[in-house]
Design a protein around this ligand. Structure first.
Ligand SMILES: Nc1ncnc2c1ncn2[C@@H]1O[C@H](COP(=O)(O)OP(=O)(O)OP(=O)(O)O)[C@@H](O)[C@H]1O
Length: 258
């Protein structure tokens, strides 16, 4: 049975000023967890900004939840259904953690009578219940990342876009994070996460996309990527070697897990 894609990009061209970063890209995001891999500068954040409806396509089209997103009105309609954790997310340093997450719930138009419990649930999901009263500026790097994840998941968005969500998390928190995204996907969310940690993809993703120079050079399951491993490709696991093999020498050492 073919599943209806949650997001579809057709012939996307995207860039900055006159410089094209992504050109003529076709892409579908299915329900479940999709890992996005690619070397620095491949265009992962640019792709996220497009899927998050922050950067409208320069040309080509975006469809979300089966509907074309073609203008401000469409954007306003779909935004509340999208949770986005940017690589460097902004926050008010003097806000408490609870206020920060509740504020994001408000931005996502979570109904006010549900906002408090949604905030509590999101903080519990990232293990920050006990830090709810602390100010954002007093959190450690990993805790700040967890607060960002809570802000992205509050109100149970249908499409969750996480740009390098595990940076700064300790090993135990990374394992908890994998459980969290698997449970969000089981509850019906489509999760897309970009990472340079290939083992996160092997452990938590149903599908993997490898982006290089703004093009998808692999789309399939993590097992299919691992099967492309070649004896000469660098890496410490079949998945790392498969990743490096599809990049064909275009990967940087940051593409591999460390
Ligand atoms: N605001 C911007 N203005 C101009 N160029 C930009 C801007 N943002 C990104 N770029 C360029 O676009 C290209 C793709 O950047 P992008 O951040 O999408 O890559 P990425 O795959 O997310 O990289 P990384 O893994 O390092 O986060 C890079 O060459 C980058 O320098």
């Amino acid at each position: 049975m073919t599943t209806h894609p949650v997001a579809r990009l057709t012939a996307l061209t995207q860039g900055y000023g006159g410089r094209r970063i992504i050109e003529d890209l076709d892409l579908s995001i299915q329900p479940g967890v999709t890992g996005l891999l690619g070397p620095n500068g491949a265009g992962k954040t640019t792709l996220f900004r497009t899927l998050a409806t922050i950067a409208p396509p320069q040309s080509g089209s975006l469809e979300l939840f089966g509907e074309a997103v073609a203008g401000e009105r469409d954007v306003r309609q779909v935004r509340p259904r999208i949770g986005y954790l940017p690589q460097d997310f902004g926050y008010y340093p003097a806000f408490s953690v609870t206020d920060f997450v509740r504020y994001c719930a408000w931005l996502r138009e979570v109904p006010s009578k549900e906002a408090e419990s949604a905030t509590e649930q999101a903080l519990a999901a990232v293990g920050l219940t006990d830090r709810g009263r602390d100010r954002m500026k007093t959190l450690s790097g990993g805790m700040l990342r967890r607060a960002g994840i809570a802000a992205a998941i509050v109100g149970s968005p249908s499409l969750l876009l996480l740009d390098e969500p595990t940076v700064g998390l300790d090993p135990a928190q990374r394992l908890d994070f994998r459980d969290l995204i698997r449970s969000l996907a089981r509850a019906g969310a489509a999760v897309v996460l970009s990472t340079h940690l290939v083992e996160d993809v092997g452990a938590a993703c149903d599908a993997v996309l490898v982006l290089s120079d703004g093009q998808v050079v692999h789309s399939g399951t993590p097992q299919e990527l691992a099967a492309l491993s070649t004896p000469k490709a660098p890496g410490d696991s079949p998945l790392e070697r498969g990743y490096m093999a599809v990049l064909g020498g275009r990967g940087t050492t940051e593409g591999a897990a460390c």
